[in-house]
Design a protein around this ligand. Structure first.
Ligand code: PLP
Ligand code: COI
Length: 339
């Protein structure tokens, strides 16, 4: 095998040895297939290609200091994928089968799990596609579910470091009663232009307000938002954001650390009052926020005066990472440990 530079991996795709697949036909899921091809052979009229019947997930497996391999909160990814399936009329992948396939694909690609010291991880990408040919707008009869894996480094260059965001008022990633709560490809297509503009203007990511009123905070690109003030963890309640598993975990840990947790609408002006804030998701865990500019409103919200992550962000980040790496006891049973 070619040498992998574990310490400098991008958040990108690298070919591994195997993926696992399962087909839904005649109303039921079939047997698990192990596949060494990276190619999906698909009908040109498949519903995933035309009508967006496609969903995905993302989770990480870690090589831990005790030599074990742990995968974080797989049951939550399975549950979210089931919710997405209900949202766009695809069949639900049962939790047990989802977990069995995830464990299998990680084991089959064990040599691609980065060493603990590198800070990198093996990213799992479950994917579901509607594969039957349709020209009318109808759900598919048949579906392909697969999981591939790829070793990844930090999502943002610099890892756990503060970055800047820019509020976009020109684009919405999802509508209030649309598909924002589901993990479907269309939401990401809708974010590409805003993301490109933000990058070109020198920001790490775009920042969305609610699509209807542009009054409340929604999401930070492909991550949830949280702010810290007065010993309280505040995160948006919204019908158009993805329910982040990292955010849910951080809320549990914040409560354990003695913080109050509030899930509510957050008016954009409230950004002025946060002592700390971060974007959270599987890829970055926590990406602390330095400032959020709102050029169209002629405002800027500086969150970290010294440009460094605050003490609560640091503590939350460390606690979550230590659970993922088996360093702290897994008292909520979040990890699947491979034997
Ligand atoms: N929001 C969006 C739009 C995402 O794509 C993701 C990533 O999956 C998240 C939030 C963070 O979710 P999680 O913590 O489950 O990775
Ligand atoms: C995340 O894991 O936090 C993400 O946003 C995943 C992204 C690559 C779609």
């Amino acid at each position: 095998m070619e040498q992998i530079d574990w310490g400098h991996l991008p958040f990108g795709y690298m070919k591994t040895d195997y993926n696992v697949r399962c087909t839904y036909r005649n109303g039921k899921w079939g047997e698990i297939e192990v596949c060494s091809s990276e190619i999906v052979n698909i009908h040109m009229a498949a519903t995933c290609l035309h009508y967006g019947q496609e969903s995905f997930e993302g989770q990480k497996a870690f090589r831990c200091p005790d030599g074990k391999i742990r995968i974080f909160r797989l049951d939550e990814n399975a549950a979210r994928m089931q919710s997405t399936s209900r949202g766009i009329m695809m069949p639900e992948m049962p939790t047990e089968l989802f977990i069995e396939m995830a464990k299998k694909v990680v084991k089959l690609n064990e040599r691609f799990i980065p060493p603990y010291e590198s800070g990198a991880a093996l990213y799992l990408r479950p994917l579901m596609l509607g594969t039957s040919a349709q020209v009318g707008v109808h759900p598919s009869d048949e579906y392909l579910f697969l999981i591939f894996v790829t070793p990844v480094g930090p999502y943002f260059k610099g890892g756990f470091a503060c970055t800047d965001y820019v509020i976009t008022r020109k684009f919405d990633r999802s509508a209030p009663l649309g598909t924002g709560i589901y993990k479907v490809g269309g939401n990401y297509a809708a974010s590409l232009k805003a993301n490109d503009e933000a990058h070109k203007a020198g920001y790490s990511c775009e920042f969305y307000l609610d699509a209807k009123e542009k009054k409340y905070i929604d999401e930070c690109g492909a991550a949830n938002f949280f702010g810290i003030k007065n010993n309280t963890y505040v995160t948006p309640a919204s019908t158009s954001i993805l329910p982040s598993i990292t955010n849910k975990s951080l809320q549990t840990l914040a409560e354990e650390m003695g913080l109050k947790v509030e899930r509510r609408q957050i008016p954009v002006e409230e950004l002025d009052t946060f002592e700390e804030a971060g974007a959270c998701g599987t890829a970055a865990v926590i990406s602390p926020i330095t400032k959020i500019d709102d050029p169209e409103a002629g405002r800027s919200y500086v969150i970290s005066k010294d440009g460094k992550p605050g003490p609560i962000c640091r503590k939350l980040y460390k606690k979550l990472r230590d659970i993922q790496y088996g360093i702290e006891p897994d008292k909520y049973n979040w990890n699947t440990v491979l034997d």
